[in-house]
Ligand binder design. Sequence first.
Ligand code: ZN
Length: 140
Amino acid sequence: MSRGRGRPALPSPFTPTVQKRYLDEITTGARLEDAASTVGVHRNVPARHARTDTAFAKAFEEAKARGREARRANGPHNASRYRYYGCHCPDCRKDHAAKRKDRRHRADDRAAEGRVIDLGSGRDSPSSFLLPLPSSGRAA
Ligand SMILES: [Zn+2]
């Protein structure tokens, strides 16, 4: 009985036809996992295939880049779009402002409970942050 290394290779379900369908899914903005399940392969299969097929790897990268653009173009207008894609349309602004207000209220609540010092209050800076009081958790 001849023994190879590991399991004998099965014919890959990731045929050129399936690859094309997968890349089309990715290009139109589907998430990697969703695209894989749509065409019926495990989500690891395409990335593994890309390691040995440079043409596919290149097409895969292009599809992902175009998919990101597609998601960006079709995505909802909200705080995430404001922050990560720089969309400052009224919808994005409004959601961003609401979420920021929310975050600040929660920070104010924590500060009011005396557990933290608010070093960022009143500053509109991404580096605003909260630190625990030096004395917190220590016996006086
Ligand atoms: Zn927007």
